[in-house]
Every structure is written in C-alpha cells, then in structure tokens.
Design a protein around this ligand. Sequence first.
Ligand SMILES: CC(C)(COP(=O)(O)OP(=O)(O)OC[C@H]1O[C@@H](n2cnc3c(N)ncnc32)[C@H](O)[C@@H]1OP(=O)(O)O)[C@@H](O)C(=O)NCCC(=O)NCCS
Length: 316
Amino acid sequence: MLTLAPLDPLRIDAAAALFAAEYARLRAAVPGLPARFADPAAAAGLLAGMAGRALVALDRDRVAGYIAWWQSTNFRRTGRRAAYVPEWGHATRPEGRADIYRALYRAASAQWAAAGNQVHAISLLAHDDVAREAWFWNGFGLLVVDAVRACLPLSPAAPTSLTIRRATDADAPALAALDAEHVAHYAAPPIFMAPAAADTPDDLRAYLAGPRNTIWLAHAGDEPAGFMRFRGTDFDAVAILESDAAAFCDGLYVRPDNRGRGAARAMLAAALDHYAALGLTALYTNFESFNPEAAAFWTRHFRPVCFSLMRTPEAP
Ligand SMILES: CC(C)(COP(=O)(O)OP(=O)(O)OC[C@H]1O[C@@H](n2cnc3c(N)ncnc32)[C@H](O)[C@@H]1OP(=O)(O)O)[C@@H](O)C(=O)NCCC(=O)NCCS
C-alpha cells in the first residue's frame, strides 16, 4: 500500500539514489554520457531546491518513488501554464513501477490542476521502456527527443555537390534570411508549433561571438542553401547532458530545392571534425518528434537519450 506525502528533505537522498540507479542504466546503454548524475548528489542537490513542488510515494516508510516539477507560465511560447517534470525529477524502485507512477501522477496532477496548469509534461530516460509505457497509459504523447553522438568522423564520408564552409560575421544577413525560412517550417503542418521570431543579423553575430559557437553554411554555387549551428556552452538541453566536453546543435535548415543532396550530412561532418579537433567528445541536439525531416535526419546519426512527453487534459 503506497502513501503519498510531500518530499521531506530527510528523504531526498533515498529519492536521488533511485534516479542515479536509473541513470546508470542509461549510461550502460549509451556509452559516453556525462558522469554527473550517476552520483546521487547531483539529483539530491536539485531536489533540495524543489520544496513545495515534490511528492514521494512511500511503501511502509520506504521511498518507492518520487516526482518533482517546475512551473512554467509560457510553455513552449504557447502562453499556457504547464507543470514540467524534468528527467531527474522522478524515479521509482524496480518493483511495481507502473503502479507507483500512477499513484504519483494522481497526487501531483491534483496539485497541478489546483495551480491552474493547462499542460502536463515530463522527460524520461530513453532506455526506460517501463516508464515510457506507464506515462503513455497516463495519457502522454511524445514531444521532444534529446539525442547524442560521439565526436567521431561520419562513416562513410559525406560527399555533396554543395560547398560547405564555416560562417563569419559577413554571412549574418544571408543567415538571417535562411533563418526566416527555418522558423516558418515549425509553424507549418504537420508540426504546428507556436510561431517564433527569426534571428536578426545582430542576433547571429552575437551567436557567432559565443565561446566555441559555430555556424556552418552550405552553398549551391553562389546561393546560400542551408546552415547548421552549434552552441559551445549554455545548451537548451536536458540537465543530464550538461558538459564542457560537448557542443549542442540548436539549428539546422536546408532550402527545399537543395534537400536530399547531402548538405546537412556534410555540415555535420565538418562540425564533427572541428569539435573533435578541439578535444570535444560528443555532439548533442534535440528536435520535435513530429517534425518529419528532423526525425528522419537526426535518428540516422544520433541516439536518443531523453524523450519528453506532454499531455493536455481535456478539463481544467
Ligand atoms: C533536416 C534537413 C536539414 C535535412 O537536410 P538535407 O540536406 O536534405 O539532408 P541530407 O541530404 O544530408 O540527407 C540526410 C539523409 O536523409 C536522406 N534524405 C534527405 N532528404 C531526402 C529526400 N528529400 N529524399 C530522399 N532522401 C532524403 C538522404 O538520402 C540522407 O541519407 P544518408 O545519410 O543515408 O545518405 C532538411 O530536411 C530541412 O531543412 N528540414 C526543415 C528544417 C528542419 O526540420 N530542421 C531540423 C531541425 S531540428
């Protein structure tokens, strides 16, 4: 019989140990992931800051599972309030996992509804089929995939008839024109994301000035055909991926007329060579699972490490 209670500071270490054990299983499945969260102290440190937004499921006073969440007031630029459970914000013991997640969701969602949340969201470790099934049964569907790749050359090599080079400040106006097309892609069917503003030439020059940031350009003759860009720090990725030894791709676009000619693959190859020469060990990215082009491209080259799911309840 499970009882639900606020996550008491005295139980944080036991909860964090459950997450560290699950993360160790992900690291065994996907070698090369950062070590930080294999130590329970990492999740424990974050959970210490979640007072009032964390619950524990107890089985005869032992921690069977826990859930902790952030509160967002503008979830994915939709203007909606959401409760978001990060990947380190939940875990269960190995036995009876679906029952534990059901009990945690019942209790947490009551608090989320009382706080006026219109969206519920959660990130899961990608190896964890049991959690995925449990949250699918809880009404959740896939939204974002975080994925990784070791900084090793592409094999086979990446031939393309386009020219690939590293962008400089002088390319900012051309990159801004490409980015206007890029952001429009996400608002179109079947993606239907909330519209975003394109980067301006000033934004792009600021991006290029960031430490270890790069933008790669593909040209068809004199015409800019596409770009791929990487941040060297401050990734917009799940917490388990934070690392000084990686770079994060946060933009990729090839004009429709030039697709299927290996431009994206060749830009990825150039970035891999560049970051490997700097001593980095991995590249990361994330993408919406319902973006057909992204799902087709990234899953060829990268491995999922987190699946982020959401549910929009029908009644408040
Ligand atoms: C995703 C995107 C950048 C791919 O660009 P691309 O230059 O067409 O990709 P590539 O030509 O390098 O193709 C990569 C692979 O997909 C295949 N492919 C891509 N487009 C294809 C097409 N239209 N027909 C058949 N195969 C295609 C290629 O054969 C290649 O396979 P391989 O690696 O096994 O040889 C492009 O589709 C795009 O800009 N989409 C819109 C923006 C977007 O979704 N960006 C992703 C951001 S997360």
